[in-house]
Design a protein around this ligand. Structure first.
Ligand code: VG1
Ligand code: CO
Length: 543
């Protein structure tokens, strides 16, 4: 086996963001670009000799090229075995499960998640550690530091392997096993949920539409929903993963999953609608005539999780990202369990899950998951919903109304201003940061600021501190606006404005969200000077 040592020089900007390194495909196609990053990962992680590495991606354009090269590099860097999904496919939660199940040292997840794919769109690489979760900040910081001084990468001389042929081949001295991407994941789901009960509900006439958005969940959803649970063929829509996601934006929200939303609001709506994103870790839940916000979904799943066999023993705790609404906090309070508030990004849940301090986690960005893996998991959320509906035997809308009548309702929306010039976005955040101390007591229409701060997180397990995780303006009565800049975009800056208003159980529970948030939206613009700084008068995306 010949190991090639290829000289290289550092690239700027290889800093992993909220979820790995994400850039335009064209940037990743520069000679040495992907290799520099992967080698930096390998230079930083310890214990590679003879170890197992899991590799898979969401099937987007450039996936196979990087996988073939990563296999040659893993062999040169001393790994004993690579496990890769057939066709290069592994959803993010399925990759997390394989890492855990087979005791891998870690995994490379090749995805830019909900970002579009294709030659002119986005690509990404994320490293997950031995617990199956995204590398924590101390690891991503070390990887970034390494990218800034890297001067060589290693690969063996070997031809591409046949990624479509299941089985085992040797690459140099290293074993490569091409595995079915669905089998282990589907088996895990059967341990958590009562498939019998869901099958009986389906046999009784319960219908659903699942939009895989031409992304990675197609094969998973077809196997689990149609083959194992008995939903009719055609229940899974856009079920074949495409390299460019059919030119769509594989982001399961009301804008990009519009067709599903329109169906669910129409007379032809099935009982249940759901969608997942590029890499299968997000979920959209819509009942007939009723959209469930991701923050509400987290709260409703937490309140009912004990109805599924995997959670029959109850929850140890709930964790949510800071911008996620406080709906889950009220459930935690009622259950007498802790609710942890973390910065945005799944990597911050890892320690809480490992330490047994949380069982269910969620983010307002359509991410929900549990301690069964260390990633958010789109299909898991869909199956937990189905299991709960099968036990409670009520429609989604009734479940939501019942929940609000008990806990109150957190009206919620997120406004995104995309591709703002970076300087302007930075100026807005700097000015707002400077203004925070003077805000308490200030009035904006009928709203009075109760507190304002820059969110900083101290990890209760390892004591690590993550500062500057978003600017919060809290109002008297429990309403709130949060401002932060995205860490997953590939063009300029994206400003996210998170809006939340609480109505108690005896308050106005059946109103339209935009009307309920109108005063907050107006206050947000005045407080942050959104139009003044960015020139924008309206958000690009409202979810
Ligand atoms: C966004 C979401 C965040 C999520 C992250 C990765 O990050 O807000 O909640 O964890 O995407 O999701 P940001 O920094 O752009 O706000 V995924 O499905 O793209 O891996
Ligand atoms: Co994703």
């Amino acid at each position: 086996m010949t190991i090639r040592t290829v000289e290289t020089t550092p690239f700027e900007g290889q800093k992993p963001g909220t979820s790995g390194l994400r850039k335009k495909v064209k940037i990743f196609q520069q000679p040495n670009y992907s290799e520099n990053f992967i080698q930096s990962v390998f230079d930083v992680v310890e214990g590679k000799e003879g170890a197992l590495l899991v590799i898979g991606g969401d099937g987007r354009y450039h996936n196979r090229t990087v996988i073939q090269q990563a296999i040659r590099m893993a062999a040169a860097n001393g790994f004993g075995k690579v496990m890769v999904g057939q066709g290069g496919i592994l959803s993010t939660p399925a990759a997390s499960h394989l890492i855990r199940k087979y005791g891998a040292l870690g995994g490379l997840v090749l995805s830019a998640s909900h970002n579009p794919g294709g030659p002119d769109e986005d690509f990404g690489i994320k490293y997950n550690v031995a617990n199956g979760g995204p590398a924590p900040e101390k690891v991503t910081d070390a990887i970034f530091a390494r990218t800034q001084v890297i001067d060589r990468w290693l690969a063996i001389e070997a031809p591409d392997i046949d990624l479509d042929a299941p089985g085992t081949v040797m690459v140099g001295g290293m074993t490569v096993e091409v595995v079915d991407p669905v089998t282990d994941y589907a088996a895990l789901m059967e341990t958590l949920f009562d498939f019998e009960a869901i099958r009986a509900m389906v046999a009784g006439g319960f219908t659903m539409a699942f939009d895989a958005m031409s992304a990675v969940t197609g094969p998973y959803a077809t196997e689990i929903l149609e083959r194992r649970l008995g939903f009719a063929p055609g229940t899974v829509r856009n079920g074949v993963p495409l390299e460019d996601f059919g030119h769509h934006h594989p982001d399961p929200n009301l804008v990009h999953a519009r067709a599903l939303y329109d169906l669910m609001m129409s007379d032809a709506a099935p009982d249940f609608g759901a969608a997942s994103d590029g890499d299968g870790d997000r979920n959209l839940i819509i009942g007939r005539g009723r959209f469930i916000t991701p923050s509400d979904s987290l709260a409703m799943l937490a309140a009912n999780a004990h109805l599924a066999k995997g959670y029959a023993g109850g929850l140890k705790g709930i964790a949510r990202s800071m911008p996620t609404s406080a709906a889950a906090d009220r459930v935690a309070e009622a259950l007498g369990i802790p609710c942890h508030e973390t910065p945005t990004g799944w990597k911050f849940f890892g320690n809480l899950l490992d330490a047994g301090m949380a069982t269910i986690c969620g983010e307002e960005s359509a991410g929900t998951g549990s301690d069964h893996v260390r990633e958010k998991d789109g299909l898991w959320a869909v199956l937990l919903w189905l299991n709960i509906l099968a036990v409670r035997k009520i429609p989604v809308d009734a479940l939501a109304r019942d929940h609000w009548a008990r806990f109150g309702r957190n009206y919620y929306a997120r406004h995104d201003y995309e591709a703002i010039e970076t300087d302007r976005a930075d100026a807005l955040m700097a000015a707002l940061t400077a203004a925070l101390p003077a805000l308490p007591g200030a009035r904006f229409g009928a709203l009075t600021v109760a507190a304002a701060d820059s969110f900083s997180y101290v990890d209760p397990v390892d004591g690590s501190v993550s500062a500057n995780q978003g600017l919060r303006v809290m109002f008297e009565g429990g309403s709130r606006v949060v401002f932060r800049l995205s860490g997953t975009g590939t063009q300029g800056a994206t400003l996210r404005v998170y809006l939340e208003r609480y109505e108690p159980a005896d308050g106005a529970l059946d109103e339209e969200t935009p009307a309920m948030l109108a005063a907050l939206i107006a206050a947000a613009d005045v407080i942050a000077g959104i139009e003044r700084h960015t020139g924008r008068t309206a958000p690009d995306v409202v979810t």
